[in-house]
Design a protein around this ligand. Sequence first.
Ligand SMILES: [Zn+2]
Length: 508
Amino acid sequence: MKRVFLAGALMFAPGILAAQGMASVDEALNSITEDDVRNRIALIADDSMMGRDTPSPGLEATANYVAGQFYSFGLKPLGDAGSYMQRYPLNETVWDLNASHITIGGTRLAAGEGFQVLFGRGSTGTISGNAVVVSGSFADENAASLDLTDKIVFAVVPTVNGDFEGRWPGLINSILRSGAASFVLVSQRSDEAFAAAGSFLERRSTVRAWAESGVGGAGYFEVRDSDVADALEMAGFDLAAARANPAAPITATPLTGEVSLELKQRIAGRASAPNVVAVLEGSDPELKDEYVVFSAHMDHIGISSRPNEDGDSISNGADDDASGTAAVLELAEAYSMMAERPRRSMIFLTVSGEEKGLWGSEYFANNLPVPTEQVVANINIDMVARNWADTIVVIGKEHSDLGETLNRVNAEHPELGMTAIDDMWPDERFYFRSDHFNFAQKGIPILFFFNGVHDDYHGVDDEVDRIDAEKEARIIRLNFHLGLEVANSDQRPRWVPESYEQIVNTSE
Ligand SMILES: [Zn+2]
């Protein structure tokens, strides 16, 4: 009988061998192929998925594809009400203009008139307290040494031809990283440019429904000289003098009197987004109640406001993280084919909302479908199809004996031509920046496979034709061996005690 392939999901339906769970380790391993990896990434990173923003129809389509694959592998659903989907709640918020103000002494500025919101989602609450005005040359190398921690920071920024110089003044990053409570640009922008910024106030933002996004760092704002010069003078800062001397050494001048930001958003609608989760039950009567979790994020950043030269504006996220999603699928397929299943149970998880701030994994870690203490490890895979062909960075090796286990497994498989190396960028704190961190905080040892960023990172050219599927297939095989070792060994992985103390949140 001739086979007719009707839809993408059918293309990857496993063979008879898989359905019957009859495969040897080698046969299971051989199901992990370059072609499968490329085909899966091509499907997930297809333009029709529209960049898989959270929430979006493309994300839902991706989740449905993953769930369909889990079903075809014969995996047990571990989501809501016997399904593969674990949905988490989102709120859609808009700024409450009548209840949002910036106050400097006796001057009260209204949202959309006296101040604009340049960036911010979910900000709500009141910030008051120590305020400073930063002025002078932001190119001054002393900028980084100003102590702005927990302060409301007004920054007197240069304006050129009625608008900001460049896309953002260069200091913003250093101020945002300084731990400031909030950040207000003082500009001389034209009425047109200032009014145009008001469109942000009308936009709906989507935020997690279970946690208030704090006010600090969640937004930045703009006021103009004409509205605040008098108020700042009363509070001890001479704006005209600062404007007259833009090349002066950078300084932070404390303001006297009351300064506060009252920010309020109201809920304008409700939404939700999916995680997809399935389990392969372990073969050992006791150890099957322990779980190894493989995870990747299936969401990306959606449509870009900056199209490339060809007019392409879809951020496909082929490497970030269609590659990891494909890896989780290939692993799920391979393990589910095995005649002799791993001793511990294996959970396969694709989350969403990673790009928004690790939403899906946070929700999953707080709403685990199995007892937390029975999850023995999380192996997270995010961006594994670019850069070097024979090495992969694995972050978190030093924090538990999973690192040693990986080194040993890696040494046993020289045929892979793949070396798992230590974190190359400890200063970037990647350990704290992807989904595995939500597991680590719960006391679950983790490893994070990551090939590092590249020129196409979060750009519209992170496309399937730039990925190295052959390399990724070897990384997945390494993960297969690693997962098998962790699932089958008598001892569960153990933390390095100092790391446990430093990373695990024991206050709950
Ligand atoms: Zn990612």
